[in-house]
Design a protein around this ligand. Sequence first.
Ligand SMILES: NC(=O)C1=CN([C@@H]2O[C@H](COP(=O)(O)OP(=O)(O)OC[C@H]3O[C@@H](n4cnc5c(N)ncnc54)[C@H](O)[C@@H]3O)[C@@H](O)[C@H]2O)C=CC1
Ligand SMILES: O=C(CO)COP(=O)(O)O
Length: 332
Amino acid sequence: MSVNTSNGRIAVLGGGAWGTALANTFAAAGRPTLLWARDAETVAAINGQAANPRYLPGIALDPALRATTDAAQALQGAGAILSVVPAQIFGSVLQSLADHIPAGLPIVICAKGIERATGLLPSAVLQATLPDNPPAALSGPSFATDLARGLPTAVTVAARDRELAAELAANLSTPRLRCYSADDLTGVEIGGALKNVLALAAGAAAGAGLGASAQAALITRGFVELRRIGAALGAQGETLMGLSGLGDLMLTCGSGQSRNFAYGEALGRGEPLENRPLAEGVATASIAARIAREHAIAAPIITAVDAILKGESTIAQTVEALMTRPLKHEAD
Ligand SMILES: NC(=O)C1=CN([C@@H]2O[C@H](COP(=O)(O)OP(=O)(O)OC[C@H]3O[C@@H](n4cnc5c(N)ncnc54)[C@H](O)[C@@H]3O)[C@@H](O)[C@H]2O)C=CC1
Ligand SMILES: O=C(CO)COP(=O)(O)O
């Protein structure tokens, strides 16, 4: 590993809730940080009022946080780059910024999803687009609103090179963000991506009034599916029991603060689904169901989430189908 990521500024790409919360924790910890956002109003609000009213309404940011609409400025002299744009547009954003991204610098992917069109994890999208920039990922139980309010949490920072992962984890840790390191990049990405699909299922169960028992059963059996898909794609089981698997599942599947859970709840209540905040699990459900099919993996819950979202099945039909599946040994 030849790059020292502690030199220079932290460049955070994406001025939404999570990009702002991450940049804010670094700035509050005294780390030189520059946030790139495409939206000039967001940039003006961060620089002028220490606020991001569009994505983090009512939260006071650190006055030291600086933002820009100029990607070249954000990336010039950066020692670490965090990409915090949604998973489905990560590839196109990378392509548009490619000329400004210093070769050799790792890119820490903070999105949680699988590219729907290709089935690629974000790290593979990065490798296909910028093969000289090593992929890393930051993932774990972390609501943007919690971190932005200065509440503490812990996440995993993964890179295939163990030393690089440890260095990034050390550089990105703040008094409010404890970063553990890991070398199972695939496991960390899969945990983050698939927990969103299960949060949709848990939210739908809550919204449809199926009860706390059904919700716990769904999450537990959903986690079995997450681990099966993870294993097929090369993830280590241990990683999925960690912060970016079980940890994030516990957070997201149990709180209406999660946009994926809230989307599922609206679905379960039969409410309109247009114009809602980003719910990455919607796109990921479709590709996760396809991956499961292609690998002949039993994933009835993830497949059902996809079918409900596509209008191919109702929640009542899904409950009936799941409850009448042939009985089986739990560990099989
Ligand atoms: N909000 C949260 O609590 C957390 C979110 N994440 C993940 O972080 C990723 C981003 O989520 P949020 O920041 O919450 O979403 P958000 O919806 O709050 O913000 C998305 C940001 O991406 C920007 N964006 C969209 N298309 C773009 C484009 N073509 N070029 C440049 N910028 C573009 C938007 O302008 C916006 O600033 C997602 O994958 C999410 O799963 C991860 C952990 C926590
Ligand atoms: O990933 C998250 C918390 O770890 C945020 O979840 P939502 O995108 O569902 O709000």
